[in-house]
Structures are given as C-alpha cells and as structure tokens.
Design a protein around this ligand. Structure first.
Ligand SMILES: N[C@H](CCC[C@H](N)C(=O)O)C(=O)O
Length: 281
C-alpha cells in the first residue's frame, strides 16, 4: 500500500489515496500503522475517497482506531494532497466529512505549491444535547467538571462536528496532560468521550493552547480544537472573534465570522515523505 505522511501544524497523519488503494478494516490499520515504534508513526490515518456530491470525501481515524467525524488539520493536508497530485486543478474544493460538507480554499505560492489552506468549518454547535454532554444548559459555559478529589475545573463544551471541552487556565506548560487528559476524555458526562483543550489567554487576539485528543492523547495541534478554543473564548468574553492560536506545533489563525456564524481555520499543510508498506507482514 502506498501512503503519504503529512502534517498540519505538527498534527501528523498517514494519508491514503482511496481512489487507488482498496483497504478494508481502516480502524485496525490506523491502530497498527500509527504506532510510533512498531508502525509508521502518526496521530492517525486519513483516507481520501470519491464523493457523490462533493469533490472528495474524507474518513479519519485516531491512533486508537476510533473514527472521528472531522479533522481540521487533515482537511488542510487533503487540500494540498489532491491539488499537488493532480487529482484536481480547483483551488476551492468541497470535502464531504461525517460532520457535513467543508470548503477548502488553497493558497498557492509562485511555484504553484499549496502553502496554506483556509477551511470553512461551518457553524459551531452549541446545543448541549447535540455535543453531546450530560450538561443540560445551552451553551455549556463554565460548567463544573470534577477531575480529582480536590480539583474541579470549569469547562465550556461545544462541537465543531466533533466534541470539545475547553478549559481556560494559566501555566498550561506545567500541566501533566497524561494524567488529567484521560480523566476528562472518559468523564461520564461525555458519552462519546471528548477532545480537551487547555487554553491560556495572552490577549484578545492571542491564545496559547495544549490539546488532549480523544483517541490519540496529546498532539502538537488540533484544528477543530483551535476553533473550539476561540468560540469558547468568545462565549466567555475572553478573546475577540479573530485570533491566533499558538500550539506546540505552530500557529493557527481562527476567525468566527460575525456575518455568517461560520468558523474559518487557516494554517499550513506539509508533506513529510511518501512510502510503501507491505500489509501482510
Ligand atoms: N486533530 C484533529 C481533530 C481530531 C479529532 C479526533 N481526535 C476526534 O476524536 O474527534 C483536528 O485537527 O481537528
């Protein structure tokens, strides 16, 4: 099987061309190939497929084999993949996902390489029952979430097609995410588990964030998570509608448009290497 290793802001996935490769059991394959010691090594697996109504379709699996509805960083990398491999010559591309249709706008440099991509992520979902959480008020803002006997955090929960819990706090560098991350991910109030963002507010245009992803653990960046952080920041009166989110893997630019209520995500898309792997060994 041929594959391409790509990252968006350090969030790395194995990309497979589903027009050519016919792979069964993608969930098991993601679990196996994502392993950083015994596999290729990645945060998960992304398959690019034909779509009936859109230009392309994405399926995205976490490194634990679970499938997610949406991935912002992978959407940008798909834009680069399909354009640079000649699968399309469009610079505005529609992408079918389990979270609906997303529109990718490609930014080309002088050599016609895709340098960055803006994704129209659609409107955030703020209704508690659709996120889903056990919290009943909508929007789910400043809700108390006990994480240990002596610590309760206030969380803001929303969906960008996939679930997010956002926590605002200082000194996020000092957090032990491997301890607190799984507790929140598996908290009983999140029946579908959750992605969790730990966010420090620097100014009304600048957030610093670490992320514990559902099904993948701490990653260097999360596009849907960065969108969730800005939406949650606006709901809490902490940040403006247009902000830079600084992650361990780099910066993402987020705008929650007042005009159309949609969230726009802009960031890099990078090809790391191409490879071929025997699946029967
Ligand atoms: N890293 C991705 C999101 C993956 C989300 C996944 N961990 C889930 O289970 O929802 C992003 O850039 O948006």
């Amino acid at each position: 099987m041929k594959f391409t290793k790509m990252h968006g802001t350090g969030n790395d996935y194995i990309y497979i061309n589903g027009f050519v490769e016919n792979i069964e059991n993608l969930s098991e394959l993601s679990l196996r190939l994502s392993d950083r010691h015994k596999g290729i090594g990645s945060d998960g697996l992304v398959v690019i497929l034909p779509s009936e109504d859109c230009d392309f379709k994405m399926r995205m699996f976490n490194s634990d084999g679970s499938e997610s509805e949406m991935c912002g960083n992978a959407s940008r990398c798909i834009g680069k993949y399909v354009y640079e491999k000649g699968l399309t010559d469009k610079t505005e591309i529609t992408l079918e996902t389990l979270a609906g249709v997303k529109v990718l706008k490609l930014w080309l440099n002088e050599e016609k390489r895709v340098e960055k991509v803006t994704v129209d992520m659609g409107a955030p979902v703020l209704d508690a029952s659709s996120i889903p959480t056990a919290f009943s008020q909508s929007p789910v803002v400043k809700s108390p979430l006990p994480v240990s006997d002596d610590a309760t955090y206030e969380v803001t929960c929303l969906s960008m097609g996939n679930p997010h819990a956002v926590l605002f706090m200082d000194k996020i560098d000092e957090l032990d995410l491997s301890e607190i991350g799984p507790v929140i991910e598996h908290a009983p109030c999140f029946p579908n588990r959750t992605n969790t963002e730990f966010v420090e507010v620097v100014s009304d245009r600048w957030l610093i964030m670490r992320v514990w992803e559902r099904g993948a653990g701490e990653t260097l960046a999360c596009g849907t998570g960065a969108c969730a952080a800005v939406v949650a920041g606006v709901l809490n009166g902490l940040v403006g509608r247009s902000a830079t989110v600084q992650l361990r893997g780099g910066d993402l630019e987020i705008e929650w448009s007042e005009d159309d209520n949609r969230v726009y995500l802009t960031g890099d898309a990078v090809t790391v290497f191409e490879g071929e792997i025997k699946l029967d060994e």
